[in-house]
Design a protein around this ligand. Sequence first.
Ligand code: PMP
Ligand code: GLU
Length: 396
Amino acid sequence: MSIISDSLKRIKPSPTIAVTQKARELRAAGKDVIGLGAGEPDFDTPDNIKSAAINAIKKGDTKYTAVDGTPALKKAIVTKFKRENKLNYSVDQITVGTGGKQVLYNTFMATLNKGDEVIIPAPFWVSYPDMVLLAGGKPKIVKCTEQEGFKLTAKKLKKAISKKTKWVIINSPSNPTGAGYSKKEIQDLARVLIKEKKIHILSDDIYEHVRYDNFNFFTIAQISKLKDRTLTMNGVSKSYAMTGWRIGYAAGPKDIIKAIGKIQSQSTSNPSSISQAAAVEALNGKQGFIKTRANAFKARRDFVVKSLNSIKGINCLTPNGAFYVFPSCKGLLNKKTRLKTDSNFVQKLLEKENVAVVQGSAFGLDGYFRISYATSMQNLKKAMTRIKSFCESITR
Ligand code: PMP
Ligand code: GLU
């Protein structure tokens, strides 16, 4: 009899983390690897946020806090939702966890019974299906094509709904495509969901502040008829370059918030007291750098999209958010190149040119790969030259 549980056998380690780790190891072994796998801003956490953490340590904020977040952080989150999303919540509708990842994990653990379905539009962030599986649920993957801008349509949503559907996940701007849903696109989905009164909506807004070209961010909880059935997850990781601090949060129905807290009380207890103090400063402090950093990301996005589209066999859409692009490599999967799958493509690219990217199949859509452009322009220039030379060499 295996010591490992059956539920753990249903899942795999996170492929995005695996690629990042592999790039790290190759670099440590002396290889000149350019890692475009990591999904985190390369910028540093702003100084005012760091100072708040240092002050918290000095003040003795070094003890357990309330399991689901300090009153100060919950208040800052309530204010954030009011200020940025025109959404009113009370503090008992807020929960704070060790990263958005833990909040999502707790949510599925707290709400899914065996066989409950979660609609996940693909391409998706790698952890959604595995978290659902771990909790005993069933991921219902809905493929969204390049022609659809990699976004879920009302028609496909309607078709995917069954009696067992418990959640629908919306992630805008999206990991891995960077696609953002317009207000109209959200309203189209909402029209379907308003009629389906038993379904809850999980909106993953973690890339809210990484957006370009005057893209107007709109989140589904702003549709008043759906607010009571929506759990909105967000966090400080991407907006404030705080991935290592591990603070994520959610706002939504009190019963779900309470259930999430119950799991946390029996697992990790509160997220780090020091990180919570830093997150208060992130949310309440100056916000100007968000725009400056988004502008830097935009310049990189423009460069990467243009470079990729100049390569024969590669096609890349221009996303309006996050720091990823999701180009197609289908034009390079054939007899001549002797590459059959996106995984072959990604593996060979790493072997031959030392560029680490993630295969599209890890995100539920074959024939693509994900590039994270959250790295310096210098690295990106080098990487694009290498990708181009790789693609030319396999078609020669
Ligand atoms: N959602 C998406 C779509 C993400 O890309 C990430 C980043 N890993 C998360 C949630 C969780 O981020 P964190 O746990 O750092 O808050
Ligand atoms: N969200 C990031 C990514 O997709 C971080 C790694 C992870 O948690 O998956 O690369």
